[in-house]
Design a binder for this molecule. Structure first.
Ligand code: S3P
Length: 437
């Protein structure tokens, strides 16, 4: 168990771990490429390591040399080893992207995961992959699932029924194997790291405006060539530091080298609308992705309405936005957040329960979350994280500025995405202590 207590100002220059989405993709494309891929800044969180272990079990070489990860690829169709099972732990991204990888390999294996992942819907990925030729035993849509790849995939044109980068990516990865062109059409933009990185590895990929959205098209029978990837800092992890600095008086933090791809920065846009003093410095491009140092100074905040169109660009940041909203003057209304129900936990329910446990006036609808904020957040809650790393970190942040300490029930789950969260926060001045359970 961990507890966070009202803290003085947070100060300093900090680094956050590598972006989780980009880290998964770097390992995967490295394994599907010919030759060697080197990755610096890889997130060594449990989710990403599970993907690395799965790729190694399928025959790719994945090793760490000093601070660099080296992947010896097997070529697009060359993951020939036949493991009985692949365990993705807590990671929806790992499991879903790897379904797209398996689809085109001559492999039959069982996908498994932890209790949280075993509750999450896989049908949204299996539906298009089945159309392409993936074999799925049974008609279940949760793990464990037995999947049979095919060396005869067919290309498809697939309109995304939900705005999901995981589904988009799985279809594009499978499309690498199919002859001809595979297209995914999205009506709302979702994170585009797969597209950027496929191009970086030499795939042929086009993006065009269509009547019903944006079509992303990948050419099949592809050859990928190993490359170097520098993974920027994760804006979803930086969000906890930014939030903590905003709500603890007199704070100023610089978070160096953070990914600021516009498909990921909805949280920062929203905070600025709330009155937050946030600046990007040293804006640059690294490895095909926009990166900046984020400078944040604690600020008086006001409640805002967050439109549903913004949800895909900040989908993982709603729990911590709800925490910030508790300290903002007035009501913050978040629209179009139904997808939160199928994350590592039902995040709408766990965020609401956490806020209430901390004495915050909040309400949720099917697709909305409303937080009444103001000064004097009581805190004092014992938070059930439901195996959800972002719930754990969000409520530890709340405890840094509330009147009473906040305790979370599961500290270990934080290692999913931000293994040194507690050390980084403490170094900036946050009061976070381990409690004997
Ligand atoms: C991710 C996409 C998002 C996000 C997840 C990472 C990715 O999920 O919540 O943490 O790397 O593609 P969805 O695609 O299901 O929205």
């Amino acid at each position: 168990m961990l507890t966070s207590t009202r803290s003085g100002s947070l100060q300093g220059h900090v680094l956050v771990p590598g972006d989780k989405s980009i880290s998964h993709r770097a390992l995967i494309l490295g394994a599907l490429a010919t030759g060697t891929t080197t990755i610096t800044g890889l997130l060594e969180g449990e989710d990403v390591l599970a993907t690395g272990t799965a790729l190694a079990a399928l025959g790719a070489g994945v090793e760490k040399k000093g601070p660099t990860w080296v992947v010896h690829g097997r070529g697009v169709s060359g993951l020939a080893a036949k493991p009985d099972t692949l365990d993705f732990g807590n990671s929806g991204t790992g499991a879903r992207l790897m379904m797209g990888v398996i689809a085109g390999q001559d492999v039959c294996t069982v996908f498994t995961g932890d209790e949280s992942l075993s509750r999450r819907p896989m049908g949204r990925v299996l539906a298009p992959l089945k159309l392409m030729g993936l074999g799925v035993e049974g008609d279940g849509d949760t793990l464990p699932l037995t999947l049979r790849g095919s060396t005869d995939l067919v290309p498809i044109v697939y309109e995304l029924p939900v705005p999901s980068a995981q589904v988009k990516s799985a279809v594009l990865l499978a499309g690498l194997h199919a002859p001809g062109k595979t297209s995914v059409i999205e009506s709302a933009p979702t994170r585009d790291h797969t597209e950027r990185m496929l191009r970086h590895f030499g795939a042929e990929l086009t993006v065009s405006r269509e009547r019903n959205g944006t079509a992303i098209t990948v050419s099949g029978d592809a050859e990928l060539v190993g490359n170097n990837v520098a993974v920027p800092g994760d804006p979803s992890s930086a969000a906890f530091l930014v939030a903590a600095a905003l709500i603890t008086e007199g704070s100023q933090l610089t978070i160096k080298g953070v990914l600021v791809n516009p498909t990921r920065t909805g949280f920062y846009v929203t905070l600025k609308e709330m009155g937050a003093d946030i600046r990007y410095e040293n804006e640059r491009e690294e490895g095909g992705e926009p990166v900046a140092d984020i400078v944040v100074t604690s600020s008086p905040l006001k409640g805002v309405s967050v439109p549903s169109e913004r949800a895909p660009s900040m989908i993982d940041e709603y729990p911590v936005l709800a925490v910030v909203a508790a300290f903002a003057n007035g009501v913050t209304r978040m629209e179009g957040v139904g997808e939160l129900r199928v994350k590592e936990s039902d995040r709408l329910a766990s965020t609401l329960a956490g806020l209430k446990a901390c004495g915050v006036d909040a309400a949720a609808g099917e697709d909305t979350l409303k937080v009444h904020g103001g000064k004097g957040v009581p805190g004092g809650g014992h938070i059930e994280t439901h195996m959800d790393h972002r719930i754990a970190m969000a409520f530890l942040v709340l405890g840094l500025a509330s009147e009473n300490p906040v305790t979370i029930d599961n500290a270990a789950i934080i290692a999913t995405s931000f293994p040194d969260f507690v050390e980084v926060m403490r170094a900036a001045g946050a009061q976070i202590q381990q409690l004997e359970s």
